[in-house]
Design a protein around this ligand. Structure first.
Ligand code: ADP
Length: 151
């Protein structure tokens, strides 16, 4: 007997749940893509958020469904709108690392009122996108915890 309470045991488990184990594959688009291209990519890849990279593959922005809906209001030609003018930009992009705790990322998602964030790795050129961590991943982690699969 370890002398730990049920609550401490649960806390121990939560503190072992890192981004690395729950992240998904990221979907990135180049900054030169149009709003039309981005909508197609979102449907084809079945994601709610796209991460935008420059020619060097470095993270420069994020694009959500609502960003695209906003750009679609009115009768503009969506293929003529570059995503670089409608995306959210660095340094205002919230990101995480694969060694971060799921609980900390979950708090960030709530605080910043976003659905997901890129998992990044620092390189000489800047931040490289290696994964995606969304509310869905956090939900999956939560269910696993309740079902005791995380031992
Ligand atoms: P939606 O806008 O479709 O509801 P979100 O709630 O995720 O999706 O996005 C809200 C706003 O936050 C959008 O303008 C989007 O560009 C921006 N955003 C999305 N993800 C991030 C992120 N990781 N960091 C900073 N801003 C983000």
């Amino acid at each position: 007997y370890t002398g730990k309470t049920q609550s401490q045991l649960l806390t121990d488990k939560v503190k072992k749940m890192t981004v690395k184990s729950y992240q998904s594959i990221p979907v990135v688009v180049e900054e030169s893509a149009s709003a039309y291209d981005a909508i197609c990519t979102m449907f084809l890849e079945d994601v709610g958020t796209l991460f935008v990279v420059n020619k060097d593959g470095v993270l420069i922005g994020a694009l959500s469904r609502k960003d695209l809906l906003r750009a679609s209001l009115g009768n503009q030609d969506l293929s003529a709108i570059p995503i670089s003018v409608i995306m959210s930009r660095m340094p205002n992009i919230t990101y995480c690392h694969s060694h971060d705790l799921i609980i900390d990322v979950a708090k960030l998602l709530i605080e910043r009122q976003i659905d997901g964030m890129p998992v990044v790795k620092e390189t000489d050129k800047g931040l490289e996108v290696t994964g995606r961590l969304t509310k869905t991943n956090v939900t999956r982690a939560f269910v696993e915890l309740a079902e005791g699969q995380f031992d």
